[in-house]
Design a protein around this ligand. Sequence first.
Ligand code: GRE
Ligand code: ZN
Length: 327
Amino acid sequence: MQGKIALEEHFAMDDTVQGSAGFAPIDDWVELKARLLDIHDRRLAEMDAHGIEMMLLSLNAPAVQAIPDRHRATELSRRANDFLAEQVARRPDRFQGLAALPMQDPEAAARELDRCVGALRFRGALVNGFSELAGVDHAIYYDRKEFWPFWSEVERLGVPFYLHPRNPLAKDAAIYEGHRWLLGPTWAFGQETAVHALRLMGSGLFDAYPRLQIILGHMGEGLPYSMWRVDNHNKWMRAQNAYPARRKIADYFRENFYITTSGNFRTQTLIDAMLEIGADRILFSADWPFENIDHAAEWFDTAAISEGDRIKIGRDNARALFGLGEA
Ligand code: GRE
Ligand code: ZN
């Protein structure tokens, strides 16, 4: 398929690239690093070769979210967003921007998003999971009440918020002890991000701000496959686990979430996701440079779905969601 739009596609700057080093064996790091630091050469050639018209670019992970000093986190966000805006300005027909945000400081995050959408014309934000903050001994998740004014601003601006994975803090990763192969994209990314998304759904956030739209990668981080069970476990028991939100979790999933195909190029999984969340809420993505564009595109272009669904997932849904022109 020509004209695809991809939106979980990362770049790095010299002072953030090292944060990705731990994710590649030493023999592959030279390649991964070069891919992360490139925007206009190899990346564009890959896009041309595999029918990707447009990438929405975002900073590598965990970057800003792993900086405990809120002023430094804010400063890095601004610098990364300014750098990205310059890159987008060179090829606005091929690249658009998603903002990095200093969630350690919800007010600063709201101000930075406002600047990115207003002055830099970014299309939304991509945040790498929970934030670390000096003096706080736990991961900070964004269902907490101090974030609600931030979410109110996201809703007012009308832009999507991509909740991208990161690994759990060491102190929260006891279950992976002796099994480090499960960290990162194998399993821990998905578990971490799925729980964060469920926290948002159960918190009542989407009752307060019903127009919020959250994007999850990796075909929904396992949530489509578990959506029925989340709402229906042990139904004979008279007292069900209570949460502050008013509706079923699946209702929020289907009305406030989009998912992408990033890093999960499997037709069986896509079809389950289509049955749970619908083809209107699925968006093609690759997860370059961690995944290959040829792997993503060759799978997607030939996956056993209808041509109508392919065009929606490959292009039209993203055009509508991000206001990229006539759908
Ligand atoms: C990512 O998408 O950000 C990512 C990493 C590290 C390993 C794999 C991966 O940051 O997809
Ligand atoms: Zn990614």
